[in-house]
Design a protein around this ligand. Sequence first.
Ligand code: 5AD
Ligand code: SF4
Length: 439
Amino acid sequence: MPKYYITTFGCQMNVHDSEIIAGMLETMGYQKAEAQECADLVILNTCCVRENAENRTLGHIGNLKSLKEQNPDMLIALCGCMAQEEGIVEKIRENYPHVDLVFGTHNLHQLPELIHKVTTTGSRVMEVWDSEGEIYEGLPVKRDETYRAWVTIMYGCNNFCTYCIVPYVRGRERSRRPEVILDEIRGLIANGVKEVTLLGQNVNSYGKDLEDGWNFARLLREVAETGLYRIRFQTSHPKDLSDELIEVIASHPNVGRHLHLPFQAGSSRILQRMNRQYTKEGYIDLALKIKAKVPDIALTTDIIVGFPGETEEDFLDTMNLVEKVRFDGAFTFIYSPRVGTPAAKMEDQIPEEVKKERLMRLIDLQNRISLERNQALIGTIQEILVEGASEKNESRWSGRTSHNKLVHFEPVIKVNPGDIAQVRICGAKTFTLDGELLG
Ligand code: 5AD
Ligand code: SF4
């Protein structure tokens, strides 16, 4: 049997797309390879949200050259968001002759016929659709885990934040039909899945393009009422997060007590330049309202430092917002200009060393708060979904609380991945908790 090896860069949408790619390949008779060196087909599923993601991918493609020299029959394919970027196909065609196949996010479903084309003609195939077509349902999925699953509820983004390339490479918002999503989830439950994460670039826009009055709050309620053990969702845009949604979270304990709500910047002036459509005060009010209605919620966020025109005062607004909201965690990024986005053309770009220095101050502040938020859980009993043993140390297992916090524990009694267990929290670090397994 021919073997495949997929390397995935970027977000959970890509991770899930790779599961669909694996599903299609296994239906074609391919088998997963243990390592890239033993594969007949190597696929890179790429991300282009920041320049460093792209550079890492280009480095990776460069490294594959020698592998291909050792094994000329190996097929090398590139797909994902980078493939949709303007100019990339030409760049690959000219500078990376060892790449045999390029396909985009909009024509993922064509993979079997594209592979067939490469193998039968022996020539390179570069097929990327410029715009999104209809949603392709029913593609096979080879999920990496048995107890936890990703379910895409919508594709694309209409928000056009001025720094972001996603709307250009993932197209406009398209919602999957609710009955298809619910059927998929019922099937997963029947197969023993305990936790589902609903995915979309902006899940709160779910249903706006459907005709029959569906919205995200209604979908989440229906998913919660399937009886699934735990439901998560990402990502939420503050401008679309409704009271109805907060109500659904509050009234359904099986909706994870965790909300990822990117704020990006604390200064209202910068938020306006980013086209985020809310102000600093608006975001803080929303965060405090959520915390009041769902007191045990853990909030996490994404923050960008060094957006064009960001002054020290603007940056201090970001620091101040972080102090006020007290997030459980944050992904912090240095602004990275992306060709084709409005912000890349703004004149007042911030020097790299200023960006780095601001990032360090922000990380220091957030790490202190993350640690304090974790320390507050010491002594509590938490229910976790067991994930498994650490790769490095078999006697150290981990699982996640409803807040999405990772708890390390020793398996003093037998547990399996996917089990639900109780732990007493006995220690806290910045990113993880330590617990004693109670059974
Ligand atoms: N530069 C830096 N960070 C970015 N993000 C998106 N585009 C950029 C960019 N050009 C960040 C945002 C988003 C996360 C997925 O990536 O914070 O929420
Ligand atoms: Fe990018 Fe903004 Fe859409 Fe998120 S909401 S994917 S940051 S354009």
